[in-house]
Design a protein around this ligand. Structure first.
Ligand SMILES: [Zn+2]
Length: 248
């Protein structure tokens, strides 16, 4: 069933009914119990922020624990720099972006442009997610023209199955049409109230020419998804349901 989140409902619920309020401030035990652990796994620095940064801000602002996991350090992402030099720059950019979104961050140890989908890498992702014990994971839609995005999505999908669907799995889109393909959302999140915060986080990734990437692609995507759910700007997701996952 399609869960379309319109303007009226988007303010009160997020990602299919997760309450935005993490709990009453005067009741610590209750608040902690209601606090969700949200893990956002992107292939490169800037993927979590550009693809799902508004949703991350909404969740973190509401008191949920948001962790941003970067599969690589974006080693191949700055022309004229060695892998080590580029990684150093981009790690600092991630730190700055996470300070804006309110997420904590962690780096996995794959290499930008050379990510692997293999038995050891599957186990690495399973172990990582098991340790994080998230309630929700947001990651790349695996049908993506960028190999690193596709690899990231596949690794997380496998971990979800091997961990017996212990978290809700949502896919986000990256530069749909050019990178993500065949992306037909099941959930929309209005990001009108945090648009400025999201933009500030994205533009922390200064080395990535955000004027071109963000203004050229993601702004249009946000507006298009906003039209679909009757707000100015939105992020869209595909929820992978266990019913679909267990068909085979
Ligand atoms: Zn990327």
């Amino acid at each position: 069933m399609i869960a379309r989140m319109g303007k009226a409902t988007a303010a009160a619920t997020i990602l299919g009914g997760i309450p935005l309020a993490a709990g009453a401030a005067d009741d610590t035990e209750k608040a902690n119990a209601a606090r969700l652990k949200v893990l956002v796994i992107g292939a490169h620095p800037d993927d979590p922020e550009t693809c799902a940064g508004g949703t991350m801000c909404l969740l973190a602002n509401a008191g949920h624990k948001v962790t941003c996991a970067y599969l690589t350090r974006g080693e191949a992402g700055i022309e004229g720099m060695s892998h080590d030099e580029a990684a150093a720059v981009r790690v600092e950019e991630c730190k700055a972006a996470c300070a804006v979104t309110g997420a904590t961050f962690v780096f996995l140890n794959q290499i930008d442009g050379s990510t692997e989908v293999s038995v050891p890498r599957y186990h690495e992702m399973i172990d990582f997610i098991r340790e994080q014990a998230p309630d929700i994971v947001l990651t790349h839609w695996p049908i993506d023209a960028h190999r690193d995005h596709a690899a990231c999505g596949m690794l997380v999908l496998d971990a979800w199955r091997r961990l017996n669907y212990s978290f809700d799995l949502y896919y986000f889109e990256a530069m749909s049409g050019t990178q993500s393909q065949l992306f037909h959302p099941t959930h929309w999140v209005s990001i009108d109230s945090v648009l400025d915060q999201k933009h500030r986080a994205c533009f922390c990734h200064k080395s990535q020419h955000m004027d071109d990437i963000y203004n050229g692609w993601h702004t249009t995507m946000e507006q298009f998804r906003g039209i679909e759910c009757r707000c100015k700007a939105a992020e869209a997701f595909i929820k992978h349901t266990t019913a679909l996952a267990t068909l085979d």
